[in-house]
Ligand binder design. Structure first.
Ligand SMILES: C[S@@+](CC[C@H](N)C(=O)[O-])C[C@H]1O[C@@H](n2cnc3c(N)ncnc32)[C@H](O)[C@@H]1O
Length: 314
């Protein structure tokens, strides 16, 4: 039962029990595969520790991060240890010590690392391990742990204010590495979620945790990375979930409260659940968030709350 390394919008640690309770009793992690096509910080995946299946995210830098965690955990930890506190002066010998690409002044180490992290979207050569170390560093020292990109794909979150941020996370990195290595190498994917239609077999379980449909027109939950996920995408996802269920694949989906009717009308079993969100760009809106969990698993075929994670007993 590993824990996420990253803070991520929509992180699911608070909902783990609610999610496991909707797993089918017939699902056997020794035989059936688990798929998580919108991985993010992977709260359910890292807790569940499956041996079969796939995990995926569209975000290429997040994908590279997990590849480095899996394949080079100790080197990644060393790289992170070599980074300085965010409010320090920039490293005078490094690139972007005074100004960034747009000529804006760089007055803190954090902003120098942010400029260096943005090599890939600027078409500049980059080092996979250095990029992964910077992703973790910026995630732990940036404002609210947000991951946000501008229209050019540049990460643009400002510096956060933390008394003593831990951007190394050595223990979590090693544990996450162990969990990722339980799966075959090609199980860690980068791309669109709909690959899963070709990856599943009857009896498998798919957990869909897409960017949430906004509760109000001003909410920006969908804007995790350039591109977003609009209403049409939400509807296509529900269609896929229903198709998979018809093929004997079990699906569990989470989303914001406004999607209740969409999932119910599609024939899935839907419940409102309340989660406390640690990440919200609007501090006043922090607190209980109304979300739904939809599943193809009828109530009397569920594992229920007595068996949380079978993998814990292996
Ligand atoms: C709600 S977050 C997942 C949160 C995750 N369950 C957790 O515990 O942190 C959604 C993720 O989906 C990814 N994403 C957005 N659109 C996607 C798409 N079309 N295909 C695959 N992944 C996508 C985003 O990069 C983001 O990491």
């Amino acid at each position: 039962m590993a824990t996420p390394i990253l803070k991520w919008a929509g992180g699911k640690r608070q909902l783990l029990d609610e999610l496991y309770a909707r797993f089918p009793a017939s699902y056997d992690p020794g035989t059936n595969a688990y798929h998580e096509p919108f991985l993010g910080s992977g709260a359910l995946f890292f807790d569940h520790e499956p041996r079969r299946g796939t995990v995926n995210d569209r975000n290429a830098r997040l994908h590279n991060f997990y590849v480095q965690v899996r394949d080079r955990p100790d080197e990644l930890i060393e790289r992170c240890r070599a980074l300085a506190p965010p409010e320090r002066d920039p490293d005078p010998d490094g690139e972007f010590a005074r100004t960034d690409r747009k000529g804006r002044s760089v007055d803190a180490y954090y902003y120098q690392q942010r400029a260096l992290f943005n090599r890939r979207p600027n078409g500049e050569p980059f080092d996979d391990l250095a990029e992964a170390a910077r992703l973790l560093y910026l995630n732990r020292t940036g404002f609210n742990g947000l991951y946000r990109e501008n229209a050019d794909g540049e990460f643009n979150v400002p510096i956060g204010r933390y008394a003593d941020p831990d951007w190394v996370r050595a223990e979590q990195v090693r544990e996450a590495s162990r969990v990722l290595r339980r799966l075959p190498d090609d199980a860690l994917r980068q791309g669109e979620y709909d690959y899963v239609a070709d990856a599943v077999e009857p009896g498998d379980l798919v957990y869909f945790d897409p960017p949430y449909e906004p509760m109000s027109p001003t909410a920006d939950f969908a804007e995790y990375s350039a591109g977003g996920f609009d209403r049409e995408d939400q509807l296509a996802l529900v269609d896929l979930a229903v198709d998979l269920a018809a093929r004997g694949v079990h699906v569990v989906c989470s989303n914001s409260g406004v999607t209740y009717d969409t999932y119910a009308d599609a024939g899935l079993f839907v419940d409102h659940v309340a989660a406390t969100r640690a990440i919200n760009s609007d501090a006043d809106a922090r607190g209980e968030v109304n979300e739904v969990i939809a599943t193809s698993v009828p109530p009397d075929e569920r594992r229920g709350t007595d068996q949380r994670s079978l993998s814990a007993f292996e």
